[in-house]
Design a protein around this ligand. Sequence first.
Ligand SMILES: Cc1ncc(C[n+]2csc(CCOP(=O)(O)OP(=O)(O)O)c2C)c(N)n1
Length: 640
Amino acid sequence: MADQSIYPLLDKIQFPEDIRCFPIEKLPQLCDELRNFIITVSANNPGHLGASLGTVELAVAIHYVFNTPKDKLVWDVGHQAYAHKIITGRKERFETNRKYKGISGFPKTSESEYDAFGTGHASTSISAILGMATAARLAGNSSQQHIAVIGDGAMGGGMAFEAMNQAGGAQENLLVILNDNRIAIDENVGAMSQYLLHITSSKSYNRVKKGVWRFFNFSKFIVQAISRLGNAIKGQIASKSNLFQQLGFRYFGPTDGHDVIKLVRILNNLKEIQGPKLLHIVTVKGKGIRLAEENQILYHFPGNYDPDTGEIIAPDMQNMPPKYQTVFGETILELALKDEKVVGITPAMATGCSLTIMREQLPHRVFDVGIAEQHAVTFAAGLAAAGHIPFCNIYSSFLQRSYDQIVHDVALQNLPVIFCIDRAGLVGEDGPTHHGVFDLAFLRSIPNMVIASPLNEAELRNLMFTAYSERTKPFAIRYPRGVGVTIDWKTPLEKLETGKSKLLKEGKEIAVLSLGPLGNNVSKAITILEKEGISPTHIDVRFLKPFDKKMLDEICQTHHTIITVEDGVVAGGLFSEVSEYVIEKKFANKVVPIALPDAFIEHGDIANLHKQVGFDVESIVNVIKSVLLYHPPFYPFFNL
Ligand SMILES: Cc1ncc(C[n+]2csc(CCOP(=O)(O)OP(=O)(O)O)c2C)c(N)n1
């Protein structure tokens, strides 16, 4: 007898229309298979496991009820959309999830017509779906449905409120599904989170809930008729003080987001109700793996694990250099223990950035402000204005949201906020939504800013100490995700001279000016080249702003070519700084960039991405050699 598939229903599915042929009673089994499939495949291909395990029933119910891709579905952040991806034509490719040249870990319009909108950053879904709903109305298309799925963490973000404000006012026809799993990456924080807890646990809401579910047992025609009564329905189904109702939405819930049959019934009826609606579902992050349900922070992104037990297979970190994040966490704690004015701020990434290290000892001086990067920056500005020493830790790509706050609230007032910009440069598997490659460019144009990047862990510590000691200006320190290069990193804190570079290797003809940890690849490249008799100068510029013009002046007069190396886009960063100087001073040096092109870089492991963009050692060797080939020793490099 042939082997029986462990996924008998899932095997029959490529696209949602295949599911729509199933009788509703089959859906729980399909969900079980889908969940097992995610667990099995993700066990040795790490991804955002916890969130995606919580939305299996929701994804199936939405695609069962709605006519996707004609009806539009937007997943907020998008890290919870694995089930959606698998049942919308990407089952076979799911094992390539997040891999180089594989499918993206986030919804992506170029990947599938079922991904109505690309996501990766939080709190965008309601704005996007509102735009689509508005467009449909303007086009006279009343049959198209619009659904946004947003988590309880993302619901606390400012953009979500801005969109709710417009949608509720305009009474546009859309459905927001609030996926409340009571956790963001870390514990969810703030009043919105408290409010949702109140709704899910309060007796009066639960009484109202019974009425709601009676309502959903009515036939479609009765629901249509009742919904035409407009506001009258609101009173029947939720407390008058409900925040979402006050914002002009019809609120439904809370309900169990793992009961797929009930979800289907509810969604079928909600389709018949016009105007903005919010369905509040309660789910369990990590559903299906006991350990993941119990350790939701750890299993947000667990890495490799045993698919049977869920036990995490941790990589051997013995004799490995520390992560830059650990160095940040330990160093801020060290400074905070010495100075009570030091405070730490994170917008919802306490574990990711290791501010947890300080929080364990000094919880009252660490502020997790929720997914609210704009607010985090102005909050830090307020603290600085009142004499505190705020270390505001934000991932580079999320800091993009705070541009006006950096300009208007920090730099213009010259407030000494210390920005620790985590995940700077290419981040790897998370891809273009998360690559932190614009910060050098967007910060350099802001007056008063100090911008630095450490070559290694010791330099990160020293830059933090320098920023702490100076406190005359806003000071940004950008550093990458992951491990550094030095095992003995806990060196005594040393104040560096702001704006001063460091000569790492004296050579001739070519000077390589590197900013940040990519300088370690340059050092390796030079070691290789020296064996062939090629000996360029290497300088760790450390500070992009203020820039070490004295050093640059000397370099321009003693080397015919300057190669700039930076983990950021070519326009606006180190290459621009050096080129502008060479032009301004009318030098004739050739300036060659090793930087990212004017293009979005896809996802994949760092080794492949570095090779692709020319950041790996071999590519750097080749650039230096090719420069020499085209610039014989007599090349003039005098002042024009
Ligand atoms: C603007 C922005 N800030 C931070 C993040 C990092 N981040 C990814 S998921 C997440 C938590 C989201 O929580 P929630 O909306 O409750 O979704 P869940 O993970 O619980 O499904 C955070 C903070 C992000 N993606 N975008």
